[in-house]
Design a protein around this ligand. Structure first.
Ligand code: 4NP
Length: 164
């Protein structure tokens, strides 16, 4: 039986950073021929944007670089997600504490990591929130997501012995 790995990306609104991480990672997984072995989703810690498509500025930056995220719909992360997913990558330290607080018993805490722990140029280990900033913030988030997602994919391939 082939291994199946479930990956969740989490940010605050689920309309900028985590949908982008989902889209970028999905493209890398498809290119690696591993789509049938890796499930990918994203969610937000907040509920303000539930049901909405990603921010149009994030969609534009992403589509310029060949990744279509327009069909995604924001949803809020739940304790059930912590049980269901094998690895949960959060975009900043507020997301980290919010996600961990969903699980007061700490049963799933070991699955939750800062996304940029895997970035070769991690900066402060957080993906800057582009929502209130200028247009260049979206390109920066794309670059961070692309290089970090690729490191995560390499790690998963090794850890789970994934092959096409
Ligand atoms: P995201 O960005 O967490 O990357 O989706 C944000 C989206 C919306 C808000 C904040 C951040 N908001 O305050 O509505």
């Amino acid at each position: 039986m082939k291994t199946h790995v479930r990956i969740l990306f989490v940010c605050l609104g689920n309309i900028c950073r985590s949908p982008l991480a989902e889209g970028v990672f999905r493209r890398q997984v498809e290119r690696a021929g591993l789509s049938s072995q890796i499930d990918i989703d994203s969610a937000g810690t907040g509920s303000w944007h539930v049901g909405e498509a990603p921010d149009t500025r994030m969609q534009a930056t992403s589509s310029e670089r060949g990744v279509d995220i327009s069909q995604q719909q924001a949803r809020q992360v739940t304790l059930a997600d912590l049980a269901r997913f094998d690895h949960i990558f959060v975009m900043d330290k507020d997301n980290l504490s919010d996600v961990l607080s969903l699980d007061p018993d700490g049963r799933h805490h070991h699955k939750v990591r800062l996304f940029r722990e895997f970035d070769p140029e991690p900066g402060d280990y957080q993906v800057p929130d582009p929502y209130y900033g200028g247009a260049d913030g979206f390109g920066l988030v794309f670059d961070i997501a692309e290089r970090t997602a690729s490191m995560i994919l390499h790690r998963l391939v090794e850890e789970y012995g994934l092959r096409t």
